[in-house]
Design a binder for this molecule. Structure first.
Ligand code: ATP
Length: 450
């Protein structure tokens, strides 16, 4: 059997040590003993790490419990429950002020002591989780998830990040391709910025000047001189997302930039040298696009030197809960717990997540908006609810808001248009809306871009 959490008991009275040792071992904990504050300090610094919590007597010969608390780093290496003998209540209060979690009067009743121990342990694991999450959130390129797929992706990023090789990231929509691009940029150690351009979100008429920049008067809207995004990435990384949506003429211009390492602004005469690492991403099958004449083969070969594949979320169900927890901490704050109702995990795993990590993130964001004051609760019905049927069917009013009903309708409408139009551009034509706006709406609704 796995040994229970280690609990450090600090008391100079061998009778108390014996009694507490017996009580704690009977409950499956692993007691560790110290007879003085000095011994306790050594055990807190032990190579195997600090104990899970500490029971501390206040009155001891030599350094007292209060003196020990006063010099320990904050937060304490382990949550502390103090044992106050006939000590004045003022000392116990002082210990709480210094950061102790609770105090128990001596001789302690077993129930009272065990409750205090269990509460302190729960607090300790929450604190650990909080630190882990804050750590993860602090790094924008950090990839949450320990599945085999994510682990090997992380390894590849560490290996190819520092080189200048062009990288093509492939994966379904919302799998985290942009995150991977950021991780690559961080691993590259390049001093410049990561400049991201989404080729599908910018109308094709504007994409050229956005990427290449322009001189004043180059076209009727060019009122002033402007460096393009490629130039802005000098010394850093240029991330071209949704590369498959780049028009053919721009593909030729991009290829030239890659070959010459120079960029020519629209209406400009002198080429400007650029040193940018190029990372691209697509959810499309570019090899097929090449066969169908929609993507240049030479550019494909040039950019696909090192392909990185981000697996869809349904193929790495181990990542579901760590991701859900990270998003819960992001939206609700690390102090709000994420509670899984019975059956929730099973239904999360059974669901196919067509919008991948983005869909999960949207779900947690929605839950947080509906939460009120309580914890964030994931129920089994959240992802297994049957999708609304045909757009024309009468919606059941249930508990949804007006806005949620409208969004349900929008989702169905856009899904149907994507199916019939076969691409975002096709769907935008059918719905008579701007392609970039439709693209953003698809993202906002958590729909897969197919
Ligand atoms: N491993 C991960 N850890 C933390 N957050 C992630 C992870 N993967 C994805 N996300 C988050 O999920 C959302 C979608 O990710 P991202 O935009 O990188 O996906 P994408 O594959 O580039 O999508 P698209 O194909 O639609 O451009 C983002 O908010 C991102 O921060």
């Amino acid at each position: 059997m796995k040994p229970g959490p280690r609990i450090l008991i600090v008391d100079d009275d061998s009778g108390v040590l014996r009694a507490l040792r017996g009580l704690l071992s009977d409950e499956g904990f692993t007691p560790v003993e110290a007879r003085s504050a000095a011994e306790a300090s050594q055990l807190l610094d032990a190579p195997e790490g600090p104990p899970a919590m500490m029971l501390l007597d206040l009155r001891m010969p030599g350094e007292t419990g209060l003196e020990l608390l006063a010099r320990l780093p904050r937060p304490f290496p382990a949550p502390v429950v103090v044992l106050s003998g006939e000590a004045s209540p003022a000392e116990a209060v002082q210990a709480l002020r210094l950061g102790a979690t609770d105090f128990v009067e001596k001789p302690p009743s077993p129930e009272r002591l065990l409750t205090a121990v269990r509460n302190a342990l729960a607090l300790g694991s929450l604190q650990e989780e909080r630190e882990r999450l804050l750590d993860a959130l602090a790094r924008p390129g950090h990839l949450v998830g320990d599945s085999a797929g994510m682990a090997s992706l992380r390894q590849l990023i560490a290996r190819v990040g520092p080189s200048d090789t062009a990288i093509l990231i492939t994966g379904e929509t919302g799998t985290g391709k942009e995150r991977v691009a950021r991780a690559l940029h961080l691993a590259s150690g390049r001093k410049g910025r990561l400049v991201a351009v989404n080729c599908a979100a910018i109308p094709s008429t504007l994409l050229e000047s956005e990427l290449f920049g322009h001189e004043k008067g180059a076209f009727s809207g060019a009122l002033s001189r402007r460096a393009g995004r490629i130039e802005q990435a000098h010394g850093g990384t240029l991330f071209l997302d949704e590369l498959g949506d780049m028009p053919l003429e721009l593909q030729a211009k991009l290829l030239r930039v890659l070959e010459t390492k120079e960029v020519e602004r629209l209406g400009g005469s002198l080429p400007v040298p650029v040193d940018a690492r190029v990372v691209t991403a697509t959810h499309q099958d570019l090899a097929r696009a090449v066969k169908e004449g929609r993507f240049r083969q030479d550019l494909y070969f040039r950019l696909n030197v090192m392909p990185l594949q981000v697996p869809p979320l349904r193929e790495r169900p181990e990542d579901l809960l760590p991701l859900a927890r990270a998003f819960a901490a992001e939206f609700a704050g690390p102090q709000v717990p994420l509670v899984l109702a019975p059956g929730a995990e099973t239904s999360l795993r059974a669901y196919a997540w067509p919008g991948n990590v983005r869909e999960l993130r949207n779900l947690i964001e929605r839950l947080n908006l509906l939460r009120g004051e309580g914890p964030l609760t994931l129920g089994p019905e959240l992802v297994s609810a049957p999708q609304a049927t045909a757009a024309a069917s009468r919606p059941s009013l249930g508990q949804k808001s007006y806005r949620e009903h409208v969004e349900d309708f929008e989702r169905e409408l856009i899904r149907a248009a994507l199916q019939e139009g076969e691409s975002i551009a096709g769907a935008a034509r059918l719905l008579q809306v701007d392609r970039g706006n439709l693209y953003r709406r698809i993202k906002a609704l958590g729909l897969p871009v197919t």
